[in-house]
Design a protein around this ligand. Structure first.
Ligand SMILES: [Zn+2]
Ligand SMILES: [Zn+2]
Length: 368
């Protein structure tokens, strides 16, 4: 028996259950003991139906864990290994993995679509029903079966609390700056939206060598926090005209690279507008399904030779990028502890959801 936090219906609080049975790992699967799991906005989006859950479902997709057992054919990890759980798989042999775009890996699509393991079934059961596992992970649980291709082995001396954060927000944000964008030393970068992922875009831009990093948000306490991560200027978009200010700073040109990290129709348009001719607008935030771009094709884009790029999972190849990020953390360049606003127990996960709804800046982390 294992404890898990289960979504039984959209908008209901998660149910804390101690009666979850977990099968052994099948071919290509591993059994893990979760060490720590971040509580991310996407978990809330599953709970409130913004994303489409498959209840009853164990939520959680950003975690660190210790391998307990491995199924047939597993070669990349063994019992006792420490791992980061990556909700985007890296199978190594689908079209995208072979084209250096593992962030689009198709090896674990059943996880992303239905919260199931790659063979389309689940290994967790409770009260007479199979439980799906968000993204094929379901890390709000003491133990879980995940696919081997969702695990990235890490050194045993890495703090598992901070390692947990890497699997979602850090790869997404830092990756957007280091992988999706081409930031040159000396660039002026704008980051619109300074929540957990936005803070990581900011530190990614700092690591890439941007000399001005302009943080834009509506919340002054979030803006204050951005300075620790590398913002050199802050703009409260509610009381100041962000586009005019950024043009002022840059000889009327605009930012070399501007990131949208909210997923809001209006701020997407503003982000494209604040980008200079020849610059890059990088869209990171997840907008509602009906959001569209409102940019004039000729005068806004062609004549300005602007690039607009969508950034999914920070264009990360996890087997390359997880070790790289941990190395940056070791050198003191990547801040991770600073992203944790509090540590909680699994049974307190609904409190973390409540804190997110009030706009809390950084992460609650469940420590097992
Ligand atoms: Zn997430
Ligand atoms: Zn793949």
């Amino acid at each position: 028996m294992t404890a898990a936090a289960v979504l039984t219906a959209v908008n209901d609080p998660l149910e804390y259950r101690e009666d979850v049975e977990v099968d052994g790992p099948k071919q290509g699967e591993i059994k893990v003991r979760i060490a720590a799991s971040g509580v991310c906005h996407s978990d809330l989006s599953m709970q409130n139906g913004t994303m489409i859950p498959n209840p009853p479902m164990i939520l959680g997709h950003e975690a660190s864990a210790i391998v307990e057992d491995v199924g047939e054919g597993v070669t990349s990890v063994a019992a006792g290994d420490h791992i980061v759980v990556s909700f985007v798989a890296d199978c190594g042999d689908c079209f995208f993995c072979l084209h250096d775009q593992a962030f689009l890996c198709e090896g674990a699509n059943m996880g992303l679509i239905a919260g199931l393991l790659p063979d389309g079934t689940s290994r967790a059961h409770s009260q007479g029903a199979d439980l799906s596992q968000m993204c094929g992970c379901g890390t709000f649980a003491e133990t879980a079966i995940i696919a081997e291709i969702n695990a990235v082995k890490i050194d045993k001396d890495v703090d598992l609390r901070v390692a947990a954060l890497i699997g979602c927000g850090v790869l997404t944000g830092v990756g957007a700056a280091l992988n999706t964008a081409r930031i040159s030393p000396g660039d002026t970068v704008a980051v619109v939206g300074c929540g957990g992922v936005g803070l990581n875009v900011i530190q990614g831009a700092r690591i890439a060598g941007a000399s001005e990093i302009v943080a834009v948000d509506l919340n002054d306490s979030k803006l204050e926090m951005t300075k620790k991560f590398g913002a050199t200027r802050t703009i409260n978009g509610g009381t100041e005209d962000a586009i005019a200010k950024i043009k002022d700073m840059t000889g009327d040109r605009g930012a070399d690279v501007a990131f949208e990290v909210i997923g809001n129709q209006k701020t997407i348009d503003q982000t494209i507008e604040m980008t200079r001719r020849g610059g890059q607008s990088i869209l990171v935030g997840v907008p509602p399904h009906d959001a569209v771009l409102n940019t004039p094709a000729f005068l806004g884009l062609v004549f300005q030779a602007k690039s607009i790029a969508g950034s999914w999972y920070g264009s990360s190849n996890v087997k390359r990028d997880v070790p790289k990020l941990l190395d940056l953390y070791d050198k003191g360049e990547l801040l991770l502890e600073e992203l944790i606003s509090r540590e909680i127990k699994l049974a307190e996960v609904n409190d973390a959801f409540a804190a997110m709804k009030t706009g809390e800046v950084a992460r609650s982390v469940i420590v097992f």
